[in-house]
Design a protein around this ligand. Structure first.
Ligand code: GLC
Ligand code: CA
Length: 561
């Protein structure tokens, strides 16, 4: 290290392109994901709620995030954690009322925090009035045309129309009893909508306007890659389409080109507001196709799931970052980085399990969950240390960053939830997945019983004893806590790191080193031995710097003299 030179092709003109695209709020924002049922409970029923979120606005402000994304808080039977929506334009009575929503929105806005709500357009719940009507109306009715009903095979339609499988395991078809079956990519309680139907399109326009009129700033679009489907016969056998990632838009269910027509239509709605509303896509697509969702005439932003799937290896990070930057330059889109969400084992645990050549850290963690977290052995300290180093990389990158609630506390996955406690439909349906509850356990705020300050009552998923040591109150008092690292990083980011482009600085293979145009360097040591740092001023480090040397598994932000 020491001397620097450019090793990428990011020339001045490219920097200019990045500056143009990234120079507005959503493209540089740090967004905090709230999973409402597990954030804060105001009334002691064990379920987090909207007044609970309002009561914690000072916390969000002290963290320094620019926006919150709320996972669904709509009326729901919770067949899929609220992603089974009964009514898209209301609040689940267990979580509050529309008035509570308005109060929460006002409190967040008063704290300078924007609000993103989750839109779930691929499916409704099976309790949605439309679906109830569709079942009652019978085959061939306009009510059934809002969903994907098909005749079954066999003499009386007793066999499903084809052998396609649901993402959650088992058949993607559920019988109605009258010879027809309905299609569901996820749980049977989540019937897929028919996006060729104009009533469906109009209803979602109404939903977007409903929340935008209330003052919501942006939308996270659930399963954005799934809305347009080719359900025409002959159906390809499941074996041919089980791999959902295709580089050419040819899969019958996922990432078909026409999906962007819907988003171009929505963009007209977004633009009709001042300031324009924004959106971010959850699109599980081939990496070369992500930029389409992030383009200015589609949704404008898309999560970079490659970052969430990356292992703790410098070559993985380098690759994911270069791909994200290439998207910015070639497709004039930005990247939304993330290390975790409500669907993935927590990053601290992923990075504390031994690396495996055949499987990604994600897969290793999912398999480890099946053993209730006993095998292989989790190195708690190492995982937490790497997670601290990782978030400093993300926050140093151009683009926006999403933080999943509890990651700022360095929480590990709760791996030993008992089978009876599990709520995720994935758990019941699949023997190869324990499900996603381990990252959805209600947050610890204090060391107080009965629920570590989550609320005056219990918690809908049992909290482990070790949560006590991770409570916000404990970390508030510790200057070196992960919570305080996040606070410092966020404060510095807004002063120093927002903006355009980056340059790689030549370094040893085990070191990731880049410079931001404002002069700040981000250096990460993925190796096992400390590495010498260039002379200069250290702004922040994820672990103590020892005599000018950056210890293993840590990141520093510095200015070089
Ligand atoms: C998205 C959500 C996930 C949900 C699924 C079905 O992937 O993030 O939690 O289960 O959509 O709505
Ligand atoms: Ca409650």
């Amino acid at each position: 290290m020491g001397h620097t030179r450019r090793v990428t092709s990011i020339i001045e003109q490219d920097q200019q392109v990045i500056a143009e695209i990234s120079n507005d709020f959503p493209h540089t924002a740090v967004v905090y994901q709230v999973y409402p049922r597990s954030f804060a409970d105001s009334n002691g029923d064990g379920v987090g709620d909207l007044p609970g979120i309002t009561s914690r606005v000072p916390y969000l402000r002290s963290l320094g995030v620019n926006a919150v994304w709320l996972s669904p808080f709509y009326p729901s039977a919770l067949a899929d954690g609220g992603y089974d929506v009964d009514d898209h334009r209301d609040v689940d009575p267990r979580l509050g009322t529309l008035q509570d929503f308005d109060a929460m929105l006002a409190a967040l806005h008063a704290a300078g925090i924007k609000v993103i709500v989750d839109i779930v357009p691929n499916h409704t719940s099976n309790r949605h009035p439309w679906f109830v009507q569709a079942l009652a109306a019978g085959p061939g009715s306009p009510e059934r045309d809002r969903y994907l009903f098909r005749d079954g095979r066999g003499v009386r339609g007793e066999e499903p129309p084809n052998d396609w499988e649901s993402i959650f395991g088992g058949s993607a078809w559920a019988p109605t009893g009258d010879g027809q079956w309905y299609f569901h990519c996820f749980a049977a309680e989540q019937p897929d909508l028919n996006w060729e139907n104009e009533e469906v399109r109009e209803d979602f326009r109404r939903t977007l306007r409903f929340w935008a009129d209330r003052g919501v700033d942006g939308f996270r679009i659930d399963v954005a890659h799934g809305l347009r489907k080719d359900m025409s016969e002959p159906y390809p056998p499941w074996g041919e389409i089980a791999d959902i990632m295709r580089p050419d838009g040819s899969h019958p269910l996922w990432d078909r080109d026409h999906v962007h027509e819907i988003y171009a239509d929505w963009r007209r709605i977004f633009k009709s507001y001042d300031p324009p509303r924004f959106a971010v896509a959850e699109a599980i697509v081939h990496p070369t196709r992500r930029a389409r969702y992030a383009s200015a005439d589609s949704l404008g932003q898309a999560f970079n799931f490659a970052m969430q799937d990356a292992d703790w290896r410098p070559e993985d990070y380098r690759q994911v970052i270069n791909d994200g930057l290439a998207d910015m330059i070639n497709n004039r889109s930005t990247t939304s980085w993330l290390l975790g969400c409500h669907d993935t084992p927590r990053v601290a645990s992923r990075y504390g399990l031994p690396l495996d050549d055949g499987r990604t850290a994600q897969q290793v963690a999912r398999d480890w969950l099946l053993t209730d977290g006993t095998t292989p052995r989790l190195d708690w300290t190492l995982g937490a240390r790497r997670a601290r180093a990782a978030i400093m990389i993300l926050l140093a990158l151009p683009g926006s960053t999403y933080i999943y609630q509890g990651d700022e506390l360095g929480l590990h996955e709760v791996a030993d939830l008992s089978q009876e406690a599990l709520e995720d439909p994935v758990a019941g349906r699949s023997s190869s997945e324990k499900g996603r509850d381990g990252c959805r356990v209600p947050l610890p705020w204090t060391q107080q019983e009965p629920s570590y300050g989550f609320g005056p009552g219990g918690a809908h998923l049992p909290q482990p004893d070790w949560f006590s040591g991770y409570a916000v109150s404990v970390q508030d008092a510790d200057p070196d806590s992960t919570l305080n690292l996040y606070r410092q990083a966020l404060a510095l980011r807004s002063q120093l790191l927002a903006g355009d482009g980056l340059n790689w600085v030549e370094s040893e293979l085990s070191v990731l080193h880049f410079a931001r145009p404002g002069g700040v360097r981000c250096i990460t040591n993925f190796g096992t031995e400390p590495v010498a740092l260039p002379a200069g001023e250290v702004l922040l480090s994820s672990a103590p710097i020892d005599h000018g040397r950056l210890p293993a598994d840590s990141t520093v932000w510095m200015r070089v003299s």
